[in-house]
Design a protein around this ligand. Sequence first.
Ligand code: PXL
Length: 276
Amino acid sequence: MKRILTIQDISCLGKCSVTVALPVISAMGVETVILPTAVLSTHTMFKDFTVKDLTDQLIPITEHWKSQGVKFDGIYTGYLGSAEEIEIAKKIFDEFGGDDTLIFIDPVMADNGKLYPAFDLEYAKLNASLCGKADIIVPNITEACFMTDTEYKEAYDESYILTLLEKLSKLGAKKVVLTGVSLSEGKTGVYGLDTVTGEKIVYQNDRVDASYHGTGDIFASVCVGGLMRGLSLYDTFKLAADYTADTIRETLKNPAEPWYGVDFEATLPKLIKALD
Ligand code: PXL
């Protein structure tokens, strides 16, 4: 069985980061080891959340794994809390990475043209340098703009996306895949580039007119699961985009607060079936 390590926070309530990655990737038949960067009472879209930073635990935990000869087929990073954690993630890539280990980075820090409250421009630049160590990065357009000093645009054309991809490739990642790219009215999806072969990866599905917290984590988790199961890049991104859209549609059936999270528990059986 393949084994991946995911490095991100535990938001105890409100579905995102580890509470999404662990169930989703495990359900896809891939062992999912966690390295929690912090424990929060909820994700940061709630008011008055508590945070216990775990930065000082990251090296001791990974040193122990090293002493046990632990290896990973993939390392997936999501929301990292601080500049120091980005530096530690780089060290972990060096210690546990290698030709047989897929480094998958979702540089979670911004959306809709704005950085999340915990982050600043310096953090964005550090995230850009982390991305340079990746096999695959999956920023949204906002994150890509912050990492490449590009003006964020709500309305854009394909040439804007191609320019962003070109700038992202210069960060050093082997495959750069933009998420939340809409190439025509009512559609959304991914637009990516394999910087080694020049191959484009484009998939568009119907846009569901709703926005929920944690959908990026759902998308990234399915990508990691799919790649570990040996799916092609196109099939992986199609599966992840379709599953995310399906899950948003499912969530719309319940009148939950949009910032809470999505009802992925209801759609997991379909995801498992799609892998048959
Ligand atoms: O879904 C990304 C995410 C993960 N973890 C925490 C967050 C967010 C997004 O805001 O606040 C704590």
